[in-house]
Design a protein around this ligand. Structure first.
Ligand SMILES: [Zn+2]
Ligand SMILES: [Zn+2]
Length: 134
């Protein structure tokens, strides 16, 4: 499935050919911190199916609990997190943040990891009083 992505300000634009079966949620505490939300949703894209069209994201390298280093890419103008990858210029794959994709509505998650730190109130969202806009 061909998708188009960009950060909020538009300085970074990219496109990719994604497999909708590779969409997952991560509940790890790092993803909660970096996203500012309860979890992060990403789709794994092989490097050959990803193309940066515009911009040059800034990188922040973090060390995971496993000891693996990940380079987290974000826009240095608007702060949007766009993808994570192995450090270096020849990363084999990109973990693209689904919220940056124009086609995000068509990419529901198929799996979730790090349930150990999953916030329990996620299960009660459908019970909350709901307002269509602000
Ligand atoms: Zn931006
Ligand atoms: Zn995570």
């Amino acid at each position: 499935m061909l998708v188009e992505g960009q950060c909020h300000c538009g300085a970074i634009r990219f496109k990719a050919d994604v497999n909708p079966k590779r969409v997952g949620i991560c509940h790890c505490s790092d993803c909660q911190t970096f996203s500012g939300g309860p979890f992060r949703t990403s789709v794994m894209v092989p490097a050959e199916k990803f193309r940066l069209l515009e911009g040059s994201p800034r990188k922040y390298e973090k060390t995971a609990e496993s000891g693996t280093t990940r380079a987290l890419h974000f826009c240095d103008q608007c702060g949007t997190h766009v993808w994570g990858a192995a450090p270096g210029d020849d990363a084999p794959a990109y973990s693209v943040r689904v919220g940056t994709l124009k086609q995000r509505l068509e990419l529901p998650p198929v799996a979730q990891v790090w349930s150990r730190s999953r916030l329990p109130w996620i299960d009660q969202l459908s019970d909350l009083h709901t307002i269509e806009t602000q």
